[in-house]
Ligand binder design. Structure first.
Ligand SMILES: [Zn+2]
Length: 137
């Protein structure tokens, strides 16, 4: 999660994401919607794209997604399609909503409706991640 916070800081955004296998970080990404003029360029989607490109495959089973903010419905769905095993997030959607508009649909609720069994770790380093929202939100 420290790496996800660092990449967010580097890009001056509250949103950073990392895909790791065990202790090994494979890719890191930040939200780049403004720079790329792409509303889908959320940190989590960017990380999934990078890792797919790197590994030349769409099945990211066994990877853990660390993300500073709870993934939105688009990113949660992308995570499901990529078969990522675990999501670890910092700040939750109700907290993010205090800083900017969000779609009020929780990652857990989306995963519960999906075909895979994704483990979600809620609020990991939440205080540090919320600090990013105060700074760049
Ligand atoms: Zn998203």
């Amino acid at each position: 999660m420290k790496a996800a916070i660092d990449i967010a800081e580097k890009h001056q955004t509250p949103f950073g994401a990392v895909l790791a296998m065990g202790d090994e970080i494979f890719v890191e990404a930040a939200n780049q919607t403004r720079q790329l003029h792409d509303p889908t360029a959320h940190a989590e989607v960017m990380a999934i794209r990078k890792l797919g490109e790197h590994l030349q495959k769409t099945d990211l089973s066994g990877f853990t997604l660390y993300t500073t903010c709870e993934p939105c419905p688009m990113c949660t769905s992308a995570t499901i399609w990529a078969k990522v095993g675990t999501i670890v997030y910092g700040t939750d959607i109700p907290t993010i909503t205090k800083f900017m508009p969000q779609i009020s649909l929780r990652a857990q609720d989306i995963c519960d409706q999906s075909f895979t069994d994704i483990e979600i770790v809620h609020g990991f380093m939440g205080k540090e991640c919320t600090q990013l929202l105060r700074k760049y939100g």
